[in-house]
Write a protein that binds this ligand. Sequence first.
Ligand SMILES: [Zn+2]
Length: 405
Amino acid sequence: MGWLGLDDTDHLGGGCTTHTLWRLLASLPSSVQVGELRLVRLWPLAPGRTRGNAAVAVELNPTDRDALMAHLDCYWSAHLEPLSGLVESSHHSDRVQHPTDPGMVWFDQPPSSALYWRAVRQHVHADELPVADRSWGGLGRVGATAAIAWPATTVTYEAIAWRMEGQTGPRGVDGEALAEVDGMEGTFLTRDPRRGAALLAPRGPSPVLFGVRAHDEGTAADAARVLLEAAGTEAASGWRVFATNQASGDHLGEDASALVEAVEVDPVRKHAIVQTDDGPWLAYVESGDVNRLARWLRAGDRIDGRGLMDETGRRHLEALRLVQHVPRQHQRPLCGACNVRLKSMGRSQGLRCPQCKERTSDRWEEVNIPPPFDGWVEPPDGARRHLAQPLAWEGRNDGEEHQKV
Ligand SMILES: [Zn+2]
């Protein structure tokens, strides 16, 4: 019994690494029993990785461990080592290009979960890794080891199906089956309710046909069968259910609290940088309500936020809440006798009632403009990180619809 981990075989996100693992499993001698498959998302801000930074692992029970190691040696040299040095497709061309550096590890006993907790929240160097019983390759060993070290404290499942070899272009996933899966008790993030778009089929060049997420393994498998057996779904080359840390919230620690010092908004793209006493908090326009609330903030407001800190000390917001806000606007008071708004007579000239002409000293009163949201807000379904736990799961938004202005 032992665990095999694999990472960084490509730059197109988790989908391809799952495919690489699936092909490796297909190559194994039939005497090797295959246990749990894992898809483990790691620190999403890792340099050179896609937003979905993912590694895979599988529990294997060989009758002959030495024969399995010999097989893995051959498989590594023939199929995985040649994947080294690939650069990202033009799909992600706005990112810095980091050539692939695949890694594979074997542990007879899983390493301490401490490595997982570091790797999901920050950068981990290859020289910090616990020593594997066998290891192959380069930097991919970090994610591969972390995937095995995952303690699975919060688990969801994803059934992933792969396209036939060489299949490209738009993916054929049956619309009625998709609606059925969307309505199944226990599935989640199958469809973006705002745009009506399916979230389970990836875009761009990937061998993944679809990935359907669920709270339990059985539901994930049932949902995959519904999709695969439907007439409008293209033929798949295979499918598997993975245990995952998706929607676990494992990447985030305690909520941060801060005082707003200034808000800078990109005039074109509407991205917001909230300068705070905790450093800059970023809310990209894709973050929807988080961005809307961020743009509403003013110096002096108190806010709570959740999000990873990048290596330059900027927090990338995944949830935001207004705790207390300064008054938004001032106006002249009303005349006590006439109930008419007083008017300024000019700089240092005091105020005068336009009706009774009574003069008073120059002053302002505060206008209470309600904030656009009450309580926590999060990005829309399609824009959240794979690791992000929906607010509704935590009971943090009390299940109420957010009030919008
Ligand atoms: Zn008056």
